[in-house]
Ligand binder design. Structure first.
Ligand SMILES: [Zn+2]
Length: 270
């Protein structure tokens, strides 16, 4: 299974997913058709529809039992832009510490990613696909975090690293568990991705508050759409405005609880 692919926070998104997702989309269509046949309220009745406050992802004990993520990272180099690889490796160790402490508050064991792979080319990723348009990708099999390292300022890549780490936390905590009876469609993907944006902002709120704010404002202004953000990535990751709104929550509150996209109404995860 390929993991969530994520595009650059500050760059154009490229096409590529339709061909690979079409069979899955057809399967979803068949499932949705079956649900419609059985009755549209079936999901709501069994309480596992994404957006149901009773779903397993929405009622995970991490929301209630953990406090603010400790966002400090004192070991970052003084100039994060000088050697981006060094910066990302330092941030990775801080993210391990932050998430281990947060999960421990809820009596959950933290396991570091199997590997944090900083790659120059997408094909070097652990679960690389023939779609090479991403800035980061998390491979649930092997639990590998991949971040594409390119020229430029460190912060967009730091955000990508924090976002992929959030996918790792979703995976090991069971929030991203796909074995339930939910429909794992684009709406499910948007809740997963917007939660990862929120958790990334919570983790980076002390390290880069001003850069986070700049990134939020650019997203809220429709920067990605103006930059050619593809409709398909909006379908799977949510709009720039939704992303900015969830990042603001994560940055302000700093908690996993503030990032419960799974219980949010549909218009907040569009
Ligand atoms: Zn993602």
């Amino acid at each position: 299974m390929n993991g969530p692919r994520d595009w650059p926070a500050g760059g154009p998104r490229r096409r590529g997913a339709i061909r690979r997702t079409l069979p899955a989309a057809l399967a979803f269509a068949i499932i949705l058709g079956g649900l419609a046949y059985l009755g549209g309220d079936l999901q709501a009745l069994i309480g596992t529809a994404p957006g149901s406050p009773r779903s397993a992802a929405a009622t995970h004990r991490l929301y209630e039992e953990s406090g603010p993520v400790d966002g400090r990272c004192d070991t970052l180099p003084p100039d994060p832009d000088a050697d981006v690889g060094r910066t990302l490796r330092a941030l990775s160790r801080c993210l391990d510490r932050m998430w281990a402490a947060t999960l421990a508050e809820a009596d959950l064991d933290y396991a570091r990613p199997g590997e944090v792979r900083l790659v120059d080319r997408p094909r070097e990723a652990a679960c690389g696909t023939d779609d090479h348009g991403w800035a980061g990708i998390y491979c649930p099999e092997g639990r590998v975090v991949n971040v594409l390292v390119e020229e430029g300022r460190a912060f967009p890549m730091m955000f990508t690293l924090a976002h992929e780490y959030a996918h790792h936390v979703q995976e090991i905590s069971g929030i991203a568990d796909r074995r339930g009876s939910e429909v794992f469609d684009e709406a499910w993907s948007r809740r997963l991705e917007l939660q990862a944006d929120c958790l990334a902002a919570a983790a980076l709120r002390t390290v880069g508050p001003i850069l986070l704010r700049e990134q939020r404002r650019w997203l809220a202004r429709g920067g990605e759409e103006a930059d050619g953000r593809q409709a398909e990535s909006r379908e799977s990751h949510g709009s720039g405005a939704s992303s900015a709104a969830w990042m603001l929550r994560g940055q302000k509150e700093g908690t996993v609880r503030a990032c419960n996209t799974w219980s949010a109404p549909a218009d907040q995860v569009s």
